[in-house]
Design a binder for this molecule. Structure first.
Ligand code: BGC
Length: 251
């Protein structure tokens, strides 16, 4: 990698596709992030076209550096196995092969929460933490990342734990707070139930809460009573892009 070139991180979400070159010395964007609307038909080929536009936009800063791409889906060895808020044709698609051939350089595809976990592990709230860290992104759904002794255990999908027969993310996500018009206290009650359950199963040493709502952590994290400390993510919404770029550069 030329010294001035940085790996590119791209975050594919249900409403926007966002990318930025990442300075891995510090874990910050090296240029201002570019956001393009997710195509209404968010098929792999339509999304790959947007990813190519973002890559073209930053080519001066990224050169031929690798690209890390996050998706809201389980990813096994480059193949997307589920699809949350994106077109169902992602299921079974070899996303790494598709994007690498479209962009002409190595592409690493990773689950969005896993990427955020890796970002926090190297540059944020999970840095230098011994033992097991659970990161949960509270957004449209609940994404989770498990980081054990500095290593990602991929595809944990703990947002889909059943609580009272209900998928946890449908009642405890940030979207659920908005659509059910919950006060912070009411939402904290649901989060308490969720995190206490996860904690009883996994016994993490630290819980990190990410997603846009982590900006407002002071309204709900102090209301939670758990064994492990629970803290907001430090990289905010940049964590996924930063973590994806880190993974791409460290394959
Ligand atoms: C998906 C996860 C994803 C999370 C956040 C969940 O519904 O199953 O794969 O990480 O949403 O986007």
């Amino acid at each position: 990698m030329a010294k001035s070139h940085h790996p590119l991180g791209i975050d594919i979400g249900g409403s926007g596709i966002k990318g930025a070159p990442v300075d891995l010395e510090v874990g910050h964007f090296a240029r201002e992030r570019l956001r393009i609307e997710t195509p209404v038909e968010s098929t792999p080929t339509a999304v790959a076209d947007v990813v190519a536009r973002i890559s073209e936009h930053f080519k001066h800063w990224t050169g031929t550096s690798p690209i890390g791409v996050t998706v809201p889906a389980v990813v096994s060895r480059g193949v997307t196995r589920t699809a949350a808020n994106i077109d169902q044709t992602w299921i079974g698609t070899d996303a790494e092969a598709l994007l690498s051939s479209k962009l002409g350089r190595p592409v690493t595809v990773v689950n969005d929460a896993d990427a955020a976990g890796v970002g926090e592990l190297h540059y944020g709230a999970a840095r230098d933490v011994a033992g097991l860290v659970l990161l949960a992104t509270l957004g449209t759904g609940i994404g989770t990342a498990l980081l054990n002794a500095g290593e990602l255990v991929p595809n944990s999908e703990l947002g889909h734990l059943q609580i009272d027969g209900v998928d946890a993310e449908t009642c405890a996500s940030s979207l659920a707070r908005e659509s059910d018009k919950l006060s912070w206290e009411e939402w904290a009650g649901r989060l308490q139930r969720y995190f206490a359950y996860v904690e009883d199963l996994l016994w993490p040493d630290l819980i990190v809460v990410g997603g846009g709502v982590s900006k407002h952590a002071q309204h709900y994290l102090p209301l939670l009573h758990l064994r492990a400390p629970i803290v907001p993510a430090q990289l905010g919404n940049a964590a996924g892009i930063v973590g994806a770029a880190w993974l791409a550069a460290n394959q």
